[in-house]
Ligand binder design. Structure first.
Ligand code: C5P
Length: 225
């Protein structure tokens, strides 16, 4: 509470919605497809936004992290559940930060029973279908919040982040190198907006989250005359 008390209240009165962590796409009742996102960056942003005076809702995929103090948390598993949790809430928020590593595809059918080996030596083929793009859908809402997307890349970070900003039609994309940061407590961020690029050099995720929250607050001030 003391640490929180001394943070600048740059998001006082703002409502912030955040997605974090991976999604889990079931293949059958005991198996599924997921990814290496730990949720740490999104949880750090939730904490930083709350400490900056915002009312924060955090929609989290399957992660092993404690809920930041005074943050409302909704737990989900799959991309569709994340979508169904976020969409009704989005228009009631001022800021939407999409840090979740949402699976691009899900198995088309999740059978009620475990798929068994049949002794033939052949692996079953799993048909996949594309998941909805939650960030792009939120960005299309008539009463859209200020949207911040993340780009977890392995190479050409600035180029991919710029393309993603255009494709998803969001004002701010935060790039990071996925394999260097997944599961770790530190990160390096590249902020890409209409004006250009700004690097936030290597630091703890909480430190970067506080810097990002300050950057969002500045842009929000500019966005709302
Ligand atoms: O291009 P890509 O889909 O990987 O963009 C990543 C950004 O979009 C992240 O902010 C992520 O949270 C968001 N996203 C989403 N729904 C998806 C895929 C990605 O909200 N289905």
């Amino acid at each position: 509470e003391l640490v929180a008390f001394f943070q600048p209240k740059c998001l006082a009165g703002q409502r912030v919605l955040i997605t974090a962590g991976p999604t889990f796409e079931a293949i059958d009742p005991v198996r599924g497809i997921t990814n290496l996102s730990s949720g740490k960056m999104g949880f750090a942003i939730a904490r930083a936004a709350q400490e900056a005076g915002a009312e924060v809702t955090l929609v989290a995929g399957p992660v092993h992290l404690p809920t930041p103090r005074h943050v409302t948390r909704i737990d989900v598993q799959s991309a569709l559940q994340l979508h169904d949790a976020v969409l009704p809430l989005a228009a009631g928020h001022d800021v939407f930060v999409a840090t979740a590593a949402v699976a691009d595809w899900r198995p088309a059918d999740c059978g009620a029973q475990k798929i068994k080996k049949d002794g033939s030596g052949r692996a079953p083929s799993v048909a996949m279908t594309e998941n909805p793009d939650i960030l792009a859908e939120v960005a299309r809402l008539p009463a859209r919040p200020y949207c911040v997307g993340f780009a977890a890349e392995s190479h050409d970070l600035a180029k991919h982040a710029r393309e993603k900003r255009q494709r998803k039609n969001v004002p701010l994309i935060v790039g990071n190198i996925g394999p260097s940061t997944f599961g770790r407590d530190d990160n390096t961020l590249l902020l890409v907006d209409e004006q250009g690029e700004r690097k936030l050099p290597s630091a703890s995720k909480l430190h970067l989250a506080r810097a990002l929250v300050a950057e969002i607050a500045t842009r929000l001030g500019a966005a709302k005359p």
